[in-house]
Design a protein around this ligand. Structure first.
Ligand code: PLP
Length: 439
């Protein structure tokens, strides 16, 4: 395990970059981490916008319950369980001090991934804007989106997105169900089953040979050329971030129901897989609003694609992982994003505690052990956070973090929360192939 301290010049000789180029996993601590109370008020959105997003999701619940049988039981709320890992040793290969819990967004209905939060919120906001502008929004009729006038309006409009797979799956599914024309621009990493499933649901899938950034750029250009098309921009969308941030309140309720306290004596460590940054940045932003400095955010990225780590470690300008000789090739397709979102960088610069990198082999190791111990099936991207507790508790950088924040003596009362971000819709043969890879 490596203990990195950052110098100034961004050259290949820089020790951090040398370690990244060797694809050695590491934990990097964010020197710009600042108290939440001073940071949150300076950000462009806050508690009011998060609350408005929660209200929007509540408003839409009856219509969503009517559109998706999978949401009937929850009354149209798209939520996931909070589960305790009874035997962390069996899954993590060690037993960390404190309790280990899973936030099971791999089981989110409709989209099968954390993307359900951001993507669905943004499509609903857009649909409601359109409906208000065209006079078909009816505050007295919770099922207005299902009425003929709304369907006819949506049918003349396109919702488009660029995606490595899961965001397209979430947005394409919802947009098509509401009656929009749904167009999903997929990057080379996107799995064949994700494309097939989207087509089954009535979305148009456009395949690109390039990476995620190329798919987003092509999708954005095509969509902007069409006035009847709305583009969900994963590289730069406040609405997506707010959808993710809306996860924090329901989680706070689940924690309270489970008898888990989060305060100075009971720290909460959250480990979030990070691609472009929208999901972990938005969720993390919401959590900081609820728990302030008692929540400690750690992002996880593949060794082949540490885009947010590079953005945070070298804040002078944006860089892609290719500039450092990294190839962005990973089985964690949801995280294969060569360049971090600038908006998320701005939001998270002073709020994220650190970023650690993960080898693909570790993803398969953890997904196999989770399946064996609990029967939960997650996709490789969703396992990226699992090495987090070990980095924090056992590496020199992690110990330095704990000491600096006076947490070393509080670990027995700590909660480690692993955010599992995708998996519900993975076909069995795909999952069996991953099990075969786990050495
Ligand atoms: C998209 C995704 C992530 C990361 O979200 P970003 O917004 O790209 O950072 C993590 N896990 C899975 C399964 C995903 O699909």
């Amino acid at each position: 395990m490596n203990d990195m301290t950052s110098g100034t010049a961004v050259t290949v000789e820089h020790p951090l970059i040398q370690t990244l180029r060797r694809r050695e996993p590491l934990l990097w601590l964010n020197p710009a981490l600042s108290p939440a109370a001073g940071t949150l008020p300076r950000l462009p959105v806050g508690a009011a916008e998060i609350a408005a997003t929660q209200a929007l999701l509540a408003r839409w619940a009856p219509a969503l319950a009517a559109l998706f049988p999978a949401l009937a039981a929850s009354g149209g709320r798209i939520e996931s369980p909070l589960l305790r890992l009874d035997d962390p040793q069996a899954v993590l290969g060690h037993s960390p001090s404190g309790m280990v819990w899973l936030k099971c967004d791999h089981a989110l209905p409709v989209a099968g991934s954390v993307k359900a939060r951001g993507g669905i919120a943004e499509v609903l906001m857009h649909a409601e804007d359109l409906a208000r502008a065209h006079g078909v929004f009816d505050p007295d009729d919770t099922l207005w989106p299902l009425r003929e006038r709304a369907r006819a309006l949506f049918a003349r409009q396109t919702v488009a997105v660029g995606s490595t797979g899961n965001l397209g799956l979430g947005i394409g599914t919802l947009a098509a169900a509401l009656g929009f024309r749904a167009v999903v621009h997929m990057s080379a990493e996107a799995k064949a089953w994700k494309k097939a499933r989207l087509r089954e649901r009535g979305a148009t899938v456009i395949e690109h040979t390039g990476d995620y950034a190329a798919a987003v750029a092509a999708g954005r250009a095509a969509s902007h050329a069409d006035p009847a098309s709305y583009f969900v921009d994963d590289e730069d969308s406040l609405r997506l971030l707010l959808g993710y941030a809306a996860a924090a309140q329901p989680l706070a309720r689940q924690l309270a129901q489970a008898g888990i306290t989060v305060d100075a004596a009971h720290p909460l460590f959250v480990y979030l897989p990070c691609g472009v940054g929208s999901a972990p940045g938005g969720v993390g932003f919401g959590l900081k609003h609820v728990f302030g400095d008692h929540v400690h955010l750690f992002f996880a990225q593949p060794c082949a694609t540490p885009s947010m780590l590079l953005r945070l470690a070298f804040p002078d300008r944006p860089r892609s992982v290719y500039e450092f000789g990294l190839d962005n090739r990973t089985q964690a397709d949801g995280l294969a994003v060569p360049r971090a979102s600038e908006r998320v960088f701005g939001l998270m610069q002073h709020l994220v505690s650190g970023v650690f990198t993960v080898e693909d082999a570790a993803l398969f190791y953890h997904l196999r052990r989770l399946d064996a111990a609990t029967g939960l099936r997650i996709e490789p991207s969703a396992a990226a956070g699992f090495p987090g507790p070990r980095w924090l508790l056992e590496s020199p950088a992690g110990r330095e973090y704990l000491a600096r924040h006076a947490l070393t003596g509080r670990l027995a009362q700590a909660t480690h929360l692993l955010w599992t971000t995708g998996g519900l819709l993975v076909p069995d043969d795909e999952f069996d192939g991953w099990l075969g890879r786990a050495g």
